[in-house]
Design a protein around this ligand. Structure first.
Ligand code: GRF
Length: 215
């Protein structure tokens, strides 16, 4: 069997996306292996999910660092010590420095709850509802220093229903996040992503690949 790529997941909260990644990587055919779950928040339920799955955990509390540079350096040390080669951000609520982001260029993924480039930042579901859009969704992208930017790999569409509020819409988007995040990690870990001029090519086809409502 070919070597599985060691992955570190960074999170601050509940970690349902982490769970989707854990479940997918449990398959022997998935090319990635989660070797570390790292949180800035010792109470994050995602750490408990990792422990239950027998995955190593670490806490780096941002409050113990005087600035972002020293905090990110501590993250980097923990990731390197664990042998991590790909980083997945999964609800990690800290802004990362440009130096850290560049150190992981094209090796760090993020999941965002909108069809980027629409609705970068927070409260994406409410903003989509306020605008009356018919189509919402989620995106997995490679991370760049600018917030929620970078070459996009996969997107999944979610229709906005007349009766939706931010909570119901978020639930349906999250369901699709759990599909595309493990799939995008698989593409990256198996070397099927090449970046040219800030476009991610998947098996030579320019991304993002968009999963429609039907599939
Ligand atoms: C998700 O909405 C994800 O899109 C965003 O942070 C949230 C994390 O949720 N980046 P969970 O902790 O994975 O449940």
């Amino acid at each position: 069997m070919t070597r599985r790529i060691p992955v570190g997941v960074l999170l601050s909260g509940g970690g349902t996306n982490l769970q989707a990644l854990i479940d997918a990587c449990a398959s022997p055919t998935h090319p990635a292996e989660i070797v570390l779950v790292l949180s800035n928040n010792a109470d994050a339920y995602g750490l408990e999910r990792a422990r239950k799955a027998g995955i190593a955990t670490a806490v780096v509390n941002h409050r113990e660092y005087s600035d972002r540079v020293t905090f990110d350096a501590a993250l980097q040390t923990v990731l390197e010590d664990a042998g991590v080669e790909i980083v997945c951000l999964a609800g990690f609520l800290r802004i990362l420095t440009e130096g850290f982001v560049e150190a992981w260029r094209d090796r760090m993924l993020n999941i965002h709850p909108s069809l980027l480039p629409a609705y970068k930042g927070l409260e994406t579901h409410q903003r989509a509802l306020d605008d009356g859009v018919a189509l919402h969704g989620c995106t997995v992208h490679l991370v760049r220093a600018d917030l929620d930017s970078g070459p996009m790999l996969l997107q999944a569409e979610v229709p906005v229903l007349p009766e939706d509020d931010a909570a119901t819409l978020a639930t349906r988007v999250l369901y699709r996040e759990h599909e595309i995040y493990p799939a995008a990690l698989s593409l990256l870990a198996s070397g099927r992503i090449k970046v040219e001029d800030e476009v991610a090519f998947i098996d030579g086809v320019p991304g993002p690949k968009r999963l429609t409502m039907a599939g």
